[in-house]
Ligand binder design. Sequence first.
Ligand SMILES: CC(C)(COP(=O)(O)OP(=O)(O)OC[C@H]1O[C@@H](n2cnc3c(N)ncnc32)[C@H](O)[C@@H]1OP(=O)(O)O)[C@@H](O)C(=O)NCCC(=O)NCCS
Length: 409
Amino acid sequence: MEIRSTTDEDFDVFVDTVHAAFGRFPETPVEGGGLWWSALEADRCLLALTADGRPVGTAATHAFELTLPGETLVPAPGVTAVGVLPSHRRQGVLSAMMRHQLADLRAHGEVLSVLLASEATIYGRFGYGPATYTQRLTVQRHRAALRGEGGTAGAPATGADRGSVEVLRRAECGEILEDVYDRYRRAQPGALSRPHRWWSSRAGQPPISPAPRYVAVHRDADGVPDGYASYSLGEPDNTLTVDETITCDDAVFTALARFVLGHDLTSRVVFRHMPPQHPLRWQLADFRAGEAGDDMDWLWVRLLDVPRALTARGWFTDGELVLDVEDPFLDEHDRYLLTVRDGKADCVPTDREPDLSLDVCDLGSVYLGGTAPSTLVRAGHIRAHRPDAAALADALFRGDRSPHCLHWF
Ligand SMILES: CC(C)(COP(=O)(O)OP(=O)(O)OC[C@H]1O[C@@H](n2cnc3c(N)ncnc32)[C@H](O)[C@@H]1OP(=O)(O)O)[C@@H](O)C(=O)NCCC(=O)NCCS
């Protein structure tokens, strides 16, 4: 089997093959763009071909940037368009593509890679672990009052918020969404960049795609946009669904939530892509008015260079841990001394006795601070070699705020 990059000349073969792997047909382009694969770059796409030259497998990466705890940014190739023709499955095609891709990424000096998994059983073996989580929050409108606001959902903004909310149609938003998203993702651990080509080709889910949407744009007291919520109304029973609420500022989030919860002639508001533990639930006068559902993993992380990855992120508690890291897919086994002082980590090879033994996929899971190492110890994934090692690891890996990612790719 041959695995090679595509070129502009055979990019259409790549597109046909990935659609065939998913049992779909490519959609016909429409005015305004919106085809999901239009954000792909031909030289970042891999084709797997049989000995007689037939394409049977695909995999690609997007050139994203990932925000780490401490608001540091690292390049993060986003693995996507992974598929093998149904006729060629379970013959090692994906394994060969993953091996090729990881070697390629390492050769380009990448520290880590990320992906969204169609099935949670596929990628652990290749060293990826779930690192951020998402859920939807459904709020019944008749119980949607916020605390301290006298029971009237949709009351005008009160308190600290001196800004304003304006409703625009998606097509009227110009660069506002791209600018607000970019400021947000730089401050939010776990968030990915949305390169300009995504916005210009309108590749992705709403509000990037051309699907019609209303957008509540929040502006600060000087009129500068500092948050938005894109939404649509539909069945059942006039449900208002918010695709995403984007802002760096909790008060702006509250103002946007107050706005959508106050929308007349709606029975419920569904906030998609909410970080678990978001404060909105606690802001409702009736805690049970907010119902969390569809809890799932979102971003999976694969560390490619453990010392560089660990020293790149910010740290918030001093301490020292010896990590024994197994990487079965790449047939590697290393032991590191991680020392954190004053927000910075040092990570060097050591032959000291380990505090924790773990698979590289579990290190990916705890890396952004969204999965407690002690949970993985209790689940039997990570082995703690002394009684306080799990608690120390929890304290060390915890970030400045919970990681969250809502970009779909
Ligand atoms: C998922 C997919 C790419 C796997 O490709 P493949 O070439 O059959 O995978 P491989 O033969 O290299 O399998 C490697 C290992 O993963 C396992 N595996 C593969 N797909 C799996 C799945 N969907 N669920 C559980 N295990 C899976 C295989 O059993 C094999 O295990 P082993 O090493 O213990 O024998 C292919 O089934 C596919 O195209 N599915 C539909 C599209 C899709 O879901 N793509 C992923 C998008 S994120």
